[in-house]
Write a protein that binds this ligand. Sequence first.
Ligand SMILES: Nc1nc2c(ncn2[C@@H]2O[C@H](COP(=O)(O)OP(=O)(O)OP(=O)(O)O)[C@@H](O)[C@H]2O)c(=O)[nH]1
Ligand SMILES: [Mg+2]
Length: 345
Amino acid sequence: MNQRRNLDGARLAQEARQGNRRALARLLSLVENGAPAGLIALSELFPYTGQAHIIGITGSPGAGKSSLLNRLAHAFRQSGTRVAIVAVDPTSPFSGGALLGDRLRMRTLINDDGIFIRSMASRGHPGGIARATHDAVMLLDAVGYPVILVETVGAGQAQVDVARVAHTVVLVEAPGMGDDIQALKAGLMEIADIIVVNKADRPDARQTMRMLQSVRHGGPSGHHGPGGDAPAPPADADAWEVPILLTSALEERGIAELQAAILAHRQYLSASGQWAARLAQHARAEVELWLRRHFEALQTAHLPPERWESAVDAVAARQAAPAAVAQNLLEELLASICHRRRGEC
Ligand SMILES: Nc1nc2c(ncn2[C@@H]2O[C@H](COP(=O)(O)OP(=O)(O)OP(=O)(O)O)[C@@H](O)[C@H]2O)c(=O)[nH]1
Ligand SMILES: [Mg+2]
């Protein structure tokens, strides 16, 4: 059985590399479900990864991420670049509402062999959506898509997680965001390489843009200190200046500028050595995630649920401290592994 799985994973990996879309779709499902054949394929394909430019699209719910991604994908196709899309979204960007009624364009994208769309439901992924996204992006990179667009779902951690997989993070906001400015200051702007105010067809878009500019430059309410009178750190001439762009996915305005900014960021990463630095960061995140995954598998295999329950109960009843309980569990886990390996440990 194991051998059969190995063969399936390896064969599918080979077929997907040769451009077989069905094999790729099948592999993505296997990987999303955490199936062993999928994991084997991931390992087989790993040497081919590290080529794609991975672009994360994040931002407030309803800001127009899917609509923009749709426009961007089309722009990349027009310049002859093959594109893969990972939409972590309960509704596919190509299924209705977000399409702004542009059905003809949608059909062009769907019938286009140079584009691959993977819409992932935000539930039902063992190991979480961040893990599933990571794996899907790796596969698409390995089979040779030079540009991968990833849309994050919702707000919060998922938005920050995208920075762990993307080379370029595009933060999309829309006019009238008000209190969100606080949330932006709290961290999202730090991970953004490009900031977009979408829905520029609305009259309040410029005001939102000015607000974002003042936050970025540490204006009166910015992060360089109260009153903005603390000396600004010296500007590094080689540093990337995060552009703030206006777009309208609805009226198809500002899309070429956004694409140009993305390409400029890609060039900046290479020229400054940041590309290699991000690859190293991603490698670290990958190894950490896999280590956690292996450890969780060991826990499941070696610590029976009733053992967990009794440990938790002891802590809840204040009979034992959590650190001591965890230490005991770890020792039991190691002993169990040792025992199953007949003492070879
Ligand atoms: N006026 C205007 N509406 C837009 C624009 N872009 C998107 N919308 C509308 O805004 C709504 C949300 O668009 P989506 O593209 O689904 O936004 P999203 O950020 O992907 O939303 P979630 O994935 O649900 O967070 C839809 O009704 C779009 O038609 C734009 O440029 N101008
Ligand atoms: Mg969306």
